[in-house]
Design a protein around this ligand. Structure first.
Ligand SMILES: C[S@@+](CC[C@H](N)C(=O)[O-])C[C@H]1O[C@@H](n2cnc3c(N)ncnc32)[C@H](O)[C@@H]1O
Ligand SMILES: Nc1nc2[nH]cc(C(=O)O)c2c(=O)[nH]1
Ligand code: SF4
Ligand SMILES: [Mg+2]
Length: 215
């Protein structure tokens, strides 16, 4: 099996409970909720995406021929030392491509594996840290994990039949609201703060890499 990878780079995890942690990011090409083309955005299921995940033309992007090749690039980017090796699988939608061979190869190289997924596909059971970010109008099948990170605001009933309060009952250890980054970001930040004030189960998370000028 080969893997279409948009980019791979070393940075700090910018979002969520583990923000600030040194991490290799592996961004897969392609998503099931948007083609990634601007002309399709308005009629996509997910319309607010802040990421270019089309093609394999980013930093260290390529069609990797094997899981071993990907693990070797992850090791190269991490550099010397086997302690605390951490890789975040993202995209696009990583669960379109993650398979047994990749999980095995990354574990074999000593990496703890995290994933950022929209939850429309079951997450691979070998993954060590699961972050799910539901999108209004999609069917979320992965309703358990480590952190649920809801970009907010989204339509009042983020998922058909599943309002805000209901999602808070899913099987996650952490419930996070992430302000929608768009031209009204200041207002969205205020809306998130107001929600957290009303719903103490939820916490605010910010996209710190954007503030720090990190990738
Ligand atoms: C680009 S997505 C890739 C992973 C996966 N497809 C998903 O949606 O979770 C990575 C994270 O960025 C979040 N995100 C995307 N666009 C955003 C925006 N405009 N503002 C805030 N967060 C955003 C997503 O919800 C997700 O948590
Ligand atoms: N630094 C950094 N942290 C991130 N956390 C989640 C990201 C993503 O795009 O999945 C992301 C990203 O793109 N950069
Ligand atoms: S599901 Fe994730 S990668 Fe796909 S368009 Fe939405 S935010 Fe972007
Ligand atoms: Mg990002």
């Amino acid at each position: 099996m080969s893997y279409a990878v948009k980019e791979m780079f070393l940075t700090l995890q910018g979002e969520g409970v583990r923000s600030g942690r040194r991490a290799v990011f592996l961004r897969f090409a392609g998503c099931n909720l948007w083609t990634g083309r601007e002309q399709d955005r308005a009629r996509a299921v997910c319309r607010f995406c802040d990421t270019d995940f089309v093609g394999t033309d980013g930093e260290n992007g390529a069609r990797y021929g094997s899981a071993g090749d990907l693990a070797a690039m992850a090791e190269h980017l991490w550099g010397p030392g086997r302690e605390e090796r951490y890789i975040v699988l993202t995209g696009g939608e990583p669960m379109l491509q993650v398979d047994d061979a990749l999980v095995e190869a990354l574990h074999g190289a000593g990496f703890e594996i995290a994933i950022e997924s929209n939850g429309t596909l079951p997450v691979h059971p070998g993954i060590d840290w699961v972050c799910i970010s539901p999108k209004a109008g999609s069917e979320v099948v992965q309703r358990s994990g480590d952190e649920l990170k809801l970009v907010w605001p989204q339509p009042a009933e983020p998922l058909p039949g599943h309002g805000f309060e209901d999602i808070g009952q899913w099987d996650f250890d952490h419930f996070l609201l992430q302000p929608l980054d768009d031209p009204d970001a200041d207002r969205h930040r205020e809306a998130c703060i107001a929600q957290v004030m009303d719903h103490p189960r939820w916490r605010l998370t910010l996209q710190t890499h954007k503030m720090l000028g990190l990738k």
